[in-house]
Design a protein around this ligand. Structure first.
Ligand SMILES: O=c1ccn([C@@H]2O[C@H](COP(=O)(O)OP(=O)(O)O[C@H]3O[C@H](CO)[C@@H](O)[C@H](O)[C@H]3O)[C@@H](O)[C@H]2O)c(=O)[nH]1
Ligand SMILES: [Mn+2]
Length: 744
């Protein structure tokens, strides 16, 4: 009987079928092809604009095929915790990674909450170790973790005793009403005690970070004296150590700030992740790792069990390298005005990828198999060991660096062996760990090139995932109820644009680099459809170029009184496309319970984002690829938890601008279109013998203006709600040049 239970699968994968979606997708594709053939076969004219339109539309058709390919075989995974729990003694160890990089943009209280939610996971605590990487080298962050670890001694038992779901205290206390009568008196008392303790904790952290109370850099903190954010030696501190290996205590908690030297690149988050991988390899060497950004917290305390159901399943889990959970956000502004909650992308595209070789790695909310990160191929594993003969120590040192201790741990990881619980005592390995966190450690090794998190792109997540898929691994989504993790999305237009620009730029570098999906398909084991679905993601920057070009065409036509769209019956093709595409996407939104407003906001933002942030991102990627300037990882600002937890301040959802070049592009597009409208209405168009501009161009230009209405308001807005004068001037010059060039 027991044996039989052992054979039951721990998870199942179910493919979904959406016939309506397939019909609509195909119909839209048909219309696109019709439009293309119209262009080819109409003897109308073969002018440059006509040709450009053809190129752009071919691109859009290709993009549509990519999207349709990604969406067509959606799958969900169903995990069986009950079956896993029959094997509790054999549950594998899991190392938990959190990254933070700036105590101002990422308030330490947020990181502390992430860590608290991890410490309180429903998983044997002797099998967990939590590592925090602090690229900010901030005594404040360290202080916050130290205080949080003291609070954890009360918080974790409280959560487990009362089966609390949300174990990040700031969220728990902000949205749970606990004075309900069904709660016992004992619970209410403990609840208030916890709340007082948490308030006290956050007040202390607040006082220190706001420098109301100066932090003395002595004792535990002495290592932080004489450090600068970008120049300091490695600091590793074991904050909590589960010395007796008890399963219902607290996990290990380790603070890591890798060495930084002036003028030495540190490869941003990818560099931090590789250091965490090595440090944890020395200390606990768990076969699996979970990585979270500091702005995410555990929303489902059983999530590690869910993840393990997939990864240790003896059948279909064998070739799964990582398990990706959706990125979902709390306190999202109503109706998603800046389009950064990505609900439909996860629901349709990423679920779709899950039915192919698997979702891409999104940088956070993912469980990784350690030896896959170390470069193992799935077919090198047989049963629990490694098939091929062992790599010699010499080769391992070449690949993994000169730490003998680390090489030994990597060797164990390759063999699928782990340290026995009794051997684990993180504080014994601090010295060796400091060494592997040094700047020069990676020199000449394969870190960041072939193994670990890959360097070179500021969207390190995508090439890292591609590199894993390239070896023939699969990945899976894990979407339990309640949702696995919850985090904060950028709150304003500015931070959204910074994030979008970074993604587009990083993804473009990937697209043209040696870790591109195409290379993975040609020379690696990325399956055809999976590789194609990666195009959806890696093409974001390129999409910006085509959309800017396509946006310029109708205005050019209006200004010069020419046309790119068919006239007469042919006009119905683009019009039908516009209408049907919009109705179809609207239905997609309604189907998963989103509002019409949400749909429109996202629709509009997709135009604004593509033509501005993605376009600029593409340009910056080109500068990087041609070696002119490097790109930097600009960190998204995270809002500290405030008293008005609903985010109901008056600025929420309002468009605010600054002097960033992304707004110059948008304002230019708007100004050019307004000019074109003016020219049309005042009938200032040149007259010539040819075929003049028609309804198609007019509708396109109007549609763009409607999308850009927030910018139109910004032209007249004041203060932060207005587009800065300098931006308007720059855009004015660009717009003038464009109009002038057209009229010539
Ligand atoms: O030098 C750095 C820069 C950033 N980070 C960390 O990277 C994470 C992500 O940074 P954030 O500013 O929050 O960026 P987002 O745009 O929200 O992140 C998304 O995009 C990134 C790639 O651009 C991915 O790494 C993330 O996982 C993904 O959530 C945070 O934990 C940072 O602390 C570092 O550790 N070191
Ligand atoms: Mn983030």
């Amino acid at each position: 009987m027991a044996n039989q239970e052992h054979d039951l699968p721990l998870y199942e994968k179910v493919w979904l079928n959406h016939p309506f979606q397939r019909v609509m997708d195909s119909f839209i594709l048909l219309l696109l092809l019709l439009l293309l053939s119209y262009r080819v076969f109409s003897s109308n004219n073969f002018t440059i604009p006509w040709f450009l339109a053809f190129i752009c539309e071919s691109w859009f058709t290709f993009t549509w095929i990519v999207i349709l390919n990604s969406k067509w075989s959606p799958a969900v995974t169903i995990t069986h915790l009950d079956r896993l729990l029959l094997r509790v003694p054999e549950l594998p160890r899991v190392d938990l990674f959190v990254t933070t990089a700036d105590p101002v943009l990422e308030p330490p209280i947020i990181t502390a909450n992430t860590v608290l939610s991890l410490l309180a996971l429903d998983y044997p605590t002797n099998k967990l170790a939590c590592y925090v990487s602090d690229d900010g080298c901030s005594p404040f962050t360290f202080y916050a973790l130290l205080q949080a670890s003291k609070f954890a001694m009360f918080w974790v038992p409280f959560c487990k005793k009362y089966k609390i779901q949300i174990r990040a205290p700031f969220r728990y206390f902000s949205n749970v009403a606990t004075t309900k009568s069904e709660h016992s008196l004992e619970f209410k008392q403990e609840w208030s005690r916890m709340k007082d303790m948490y308030d006290n904790l956050s007040r202390k952290i607040q006082h220190v970070t706001s420098k109301q109370i100066p932090l003395q850099l002595d004792g535990e903190f002495a290592v932080f004296s004489n450090t600068e954010q970008r120049i300091h030696p490695t600091i590793i501190k074991v904050i909590l150590e589960n010395k007796d290996g008890i399963s219902d205590g607290l996990p290990h908690l380790i603070y890591v700030s890798r060495e930084k030297k002036q003028h030495q690149t540190h490869n941003y988050k990818a560099g931090a992740m590789n250091v965490l991988t090595r440090v944890s390899g020395l200390m606990t060497n768990a076969p699996f790792m979970l990585n979270l950004d500091c702005d995410m917290f555990v929303n489902n305390p059983t999530i590690v069990q869910h993840g393990m159901c997939i990864l240790i399943d003896s059948n279909s889990g064998k070739d799964v390298a990582f398990v990706q959970c959706f990125q979902q956000f709390y306190d999202g502004i109503k109706d998603d005005p800046f389009g950064n909650q990505w609900v439909t992308a996860f629901e349709y595209v990423i679920r779709g990828m899950a039915g192919l070789q698997g979702p891409y790695y999104a940088g956070t909310n993912a469980f990784h198999r350690r030896n896959a990160i170390y470069g193992l191929y799935p077919d090198e594993i047989i049963e629990s060991g490694r098939k091929e003969g062992k790599l010699g120590e010499k080769i391992l040192i070449q690949q993994f660096g000169s730490s003998k201790e680390f090489v030994k741990s990597a060797d164990l990881a390759f063999d699928g062996k782990t340290y026995s619980s009794n051997d684990i005592s993180p504080s014994d390995s601090v010295e060796a760990a400091i060494k592997v966190a040094e700047c020069d450690y990676e020199r000449g090794t394969c870190w960041g090139k072939k193994i670990g998190w890959l360097y070179g792109s500021i969207s390190e997540d995508v090439p890292t995932g591609l590199n894993i898929h390239r070896r023939g691994w699969r990945s899976e989504c894990c979407t339990p109820d309640p949702i696995a993790f919850s985090g904060c999305a950028p709150r304003g237009l500015l931070s959204t644009m910074i994030q979008q620009k970074r993604w587009a730029s990083g993804l473009t570098v990937v697209f043209f680099g040696k870790h591109s999906p195409l290379m993975g398909m040609l020379f690696g084991k990325i399956q055809f459809r999976a590789g194609l679905s990666y195009f959806w993601l890696t093409n974001w920057g390129l999409r910006g170029v085509f959309e800017v070009c396509y946006a310029a065409l109708p205005t050019y036509c209006i200004l010069t009184n020419t046309n790119i769209f068919p006239k007469g019956p042919g006009l119905w093709i683009p019009i039908a496309l516009l209408v049907i595409y919009n109705v179809y996407t609207l239905l997609e939104y309604l189907k998963i319970g989103l509002s019409v407003r949400n749909w429109w906001n996202n629709q509009r933002m997709s135009i604004i984002r593509t033509t501005t942030a993605w376009f600029i991102g593409f340009l910056s990627a080109m500068l990087k690829l041609s070696g002119i300037s490097d790109t930097v990882f600009e960190i998204t600002e995270k809002e500290p938890p405030t008293s008005d937890a609903g985010g109901n301040n008056e600025d929420a959802g309002r468009f605010m601008f600054d002097e960033s070049p992304v707004f110059v592009v948008g304002t230019t597009i708007l100004l050019v279109n307004l000019t074109a409208m003016l020219v049309k209405i005042l009938e200032l168009q040149p007259t010539h013998g040819g075929d003049g501009c028609g309804l198609g161009e007019f509708i396109s230009s109007m549609y763009l203006i409607v999308c850009y209405i927030p910018y139109l308001k910004g032209l007249f807005g004041r203060g932060k709600y207005g587009i800065p004068l300098s931006t308007i001037c720059k855009s004015g010059i660009f717009a003038f040049l464009f109009v002038h060039f057209c009229r010539k």
